[in-house]
Design a protein around this ligand. Structure first.
Ligand code: ATP
Ligand code: MG
Ligand code: FE
Length: 341
């Protein structure tokens, strides 16, 4: 089957054509980062306007690059949440229009299921599986006992990991989104500051990054006040070590409690070199579990991952219709029981 998929939940306009849920025929990603950088973050109105301007061209490019026409398609899949409501609406409206005009089934996809299913574009997912989703808006451990069932066993109580990277990056004078550059700086520095690892020893799977962020910002401001210059690479390394320690420790704890065949790591922060290296080491203690790190090119937002998740839902006949609305706060429990059918 061939699925045309849409992703517009944040600041990437993306349209893809996916074959049988695991093969990318095309994956067009139009990023708007430059337009948001001078504001230090994503401006919702600016994002919506960009999506409107880009979406038609992205559809045409996706079909042309895949060398297919509308007649070849089996279905249309679209991210309907979570994300920015005005941004989501552009993708949802475009997907509905294409589905209606070409009489194709419409598949509603949760953006986070997409981040997880990006792994399927490399290897089939084997169940039971665990996913660590680390992105700009989310930090979650998701247990998947069988296909199309997602149970959140732990999540952040405050900031997401990517959000913390972007906020401390701003203090270091780095453009939004800061994650990649902080990651690079961290590899040139050492953990000399020993920032707090919140909730690390707690017997649950939840995370908290706002205390770490505050500790970081206070350290830098205090140094500024007494005109002391701190080593930025060491600051980055200390921050990253704290984030990676907590993410890795909680994930290991989850793997002990939920033995799984695969650990999938997805979302923008899954591109983090420090995290990838650390999880590689930790997984040596779990010979039954294979580590599926989403490839760097598919960690950030893209429509290919939405097509991969959409194809799974297609096989489970999870379809919607023209009444589909954007759901900015979409929760992510058991998609199989989703009210959207
Ligand atoms: P969500 O998926 O929760 O809705 P989002 O779609 O905005 O949020 P993504 O696009 O998946 O988030 O990820 C973007 C985030 O990833 C940014 O916060 C960015 O700083 C972070 N990021 C990207 N590369 C790295 C890296 N190498 N190390 C750490 N963070 C990174
Ligand atoms: Mg993004
Ligand atoms: Fe995302």
């Amino acid at each position: 089957n061939l699925i045309l998929s849409f992703e517009t939940s944040c600041d990437e306009t993306s349209v893809a054509v996916i074959e049988n849920g695991d093969t990318i025929l095309s994956n067009i990603v139009a990023t708007q980062i430059k337009s948001h950088q001078r504001f230090g973050g994503v401006v919702p109105e600016v994002a919506s306007r960009h999506h409107i301007e880009q979406i038609t061209g992205c559809i045409e490019d996706a079909l042309a690059r895949a060398n297919v026409t509308y007649d070849d398609l089996s279905a249309v899949a679209v991210t309907y949440g979570p994300g920015l409501v005005g941004a989501l609406l552009i993708g949802v409206t475009a997907a509905k229009a294409v589905a209606w005009a070409h009489q194709l089934p419409l598949i509603p996809v949760n953006h986070l299921a997409g981040h997880i299913y990006a792994a399927r574009l490399v290897e089939p997912i084997e169940f039971p599986a665990m996913a660590l989703v680390v992105s700009g808006g989310h930090t979650e451990l998701v247990y998947m006992p069988v296909e199309n069932r997602f149970e959140i066993i732990g999540e952040t109580r405050d900031d997401a990991a990517g959000e913390a990277y972007d906020k401390i990056g701003r203090v270091l004078g780095i453009n939004y989104p800061a994650g990649k550059q902080v990651d690079e700086m961290a590899h040139q520095g050492r953990d000399t500051f020993h920032f707090p690892r919140a909730m690390d020893q707690d017997a649950n799977f939840d995370f908290s990054f706002s205390g770490l962020k505050s500790a970081f910002i206070n350290t830098v401001h205090h140094a500024d006040q007494i005109h002391e210059t701190l080593n930025k690479n060491d600051l980055a390394a200390s921050f990253q070590q704290a984030v990676v320690d907590v993410l890795a420790d909680k994930t290991v704890r989850a793997l002990h409690e939920y033995p799984v065949k695969q650990l999938i790591v997805g979302g923008g922060v899954a591109a983090n070199k420090g995290l990838r290296e650390r999880l590689g080491k930790e997984l040596q203690a779990f010979p039954q579990t294979t580590l599926e790190l989403v490839p760097l090119s598919l960690c950030g937002d893209n429509a290919a991952m939405i097509g991969a998740a959409g194809e799974m839902l297609y096989r489970h006949q999870v379809f919607t219709d023209a009444t589909l609305n954007a759901d900015p706060g979409l929760e992510f429990d058991w998609l199989g029981d989703s009210p959207v059918k």
